[in-house]
Structures are given as C-alpha cells and as structure tokens.
Design a protein around this ligand. Structure first.
Ligand code: RB5
Length: 152
C-alpha cells in the first residue's frame, strides 16, 4: 500500500531539513498529517519529546508513516524505538531506506540534517515511502521484535 500521509517532526537540529521534506512530499501529492517540533533552529527542544509525540500520533492514526529529523537521526531513533509498536531506523542512503520498509516494516524513518545534503535526503525519503513490506519470512522476524520473549 503506497504511503499518502506523513507525520513529520524535528528538534532544533532538524528544522531546516524537516521543512525541505514537507515541501518535497507536498510536491509529490502527499499529505502532512502533523508537523511537530520548533518553528526555528533557534528554539532548542529535547528530541525525545518530539519523538514520543510523533510516535503517539502515528500509532493512533493506524496508518501513515513518521519522519523524524534531528542532527544525526540517532537520538530520534533511540527514542522512537522505546515506544511499543514503533519500528524506527536511521538511513543515510536509499538502499537502507528501502530495506527499512521492505524487510523491517519500519513505520518511522529517522534522518540527520547534519549528515545528509537536502537532495540526498529527498532521495532517501522517496526510497522509504515508495517501498513496500515484503512480508513472508520478514513478518516472522518483525513479530519477534515486539513479541513475547523480546524482554531478554
Ligand atoms: C542537538 O544538538 C542534537 O544533539 C540532536 O539534534 C541529535 O543529533 C541527537 O541525536
């Protein structure tokens, strides 16, 4: 099922790339369901707060994907993956972004504004939203991420 609705958020370290991606996805005909985080890079916030807010929105919508941008993407991914039902990963290349959806059924993509140029970030975004979960053996593995026994 192709992605038509996107939740997007950033901390102060990701404001610029977040807004570039908002324009990009709207240009593709996608809808922004929520745009979270500060309006300017001068307004410092704590990335876990934005990550948790965005993950709650993604889960309650029962559809759509989330994009989280911070300086590196890493803090957002660590925070998002603490939320049960969220599968988040950082990607800095289109192959990894595609695999995040195709094999890991990720519902949140994390990007680093201080890592990626804007044109590469758009390509990475496109690879993520255009990919489809392949299911099959990957479904068994994804089920184990949240399933019983994951508390080792
Ligand atoms: C903020 O300075 C920075 O730490 C944050 O954007 C992010 O890179 C954390 O992972």
């Amino acid at each position: 099922m192709s992605v038509t609705e996107v939740f997007i958020g950033s901390d102060h370290g990701g404001v610029g790339l977040r807004d570039v991606l908002v324009a990009h996805l709207e240009g593709r005909g996608m809808k922004v369901r929520a745009r979270l985080g500060p309006d300017t890079a001068g307004e410092s916030v704590d990335y876990p707060d934005v990550a948790h807010q965005l993950c709650a929105a993604v889960l309650s919508a029962h559809g759509g994907v989330g994009i989280l941008v911070c300086g590196t993407g890493q803090g957002m991914a660590i925070s998002a993956n603490k939320v049960r039902g969220i599968r988040a990963g950082v990607a800095s290349d289109p192959f990894s972004a595609r695999m995040l959806r195709a094999h890991n059924d990720a519902n949140v993509l994390c990007l680093g504004e201080r890592v990626l140029g804007t044109e590469l970030a758009k390509v990475v975004f496109d690879a993520f939203v255009d990919a489809e979960f392949e299911g099959g053996r990957h479904a068994r593995r994804v089920a184990k991420i949240d399933g019983e026994g994951s508390e080792v």
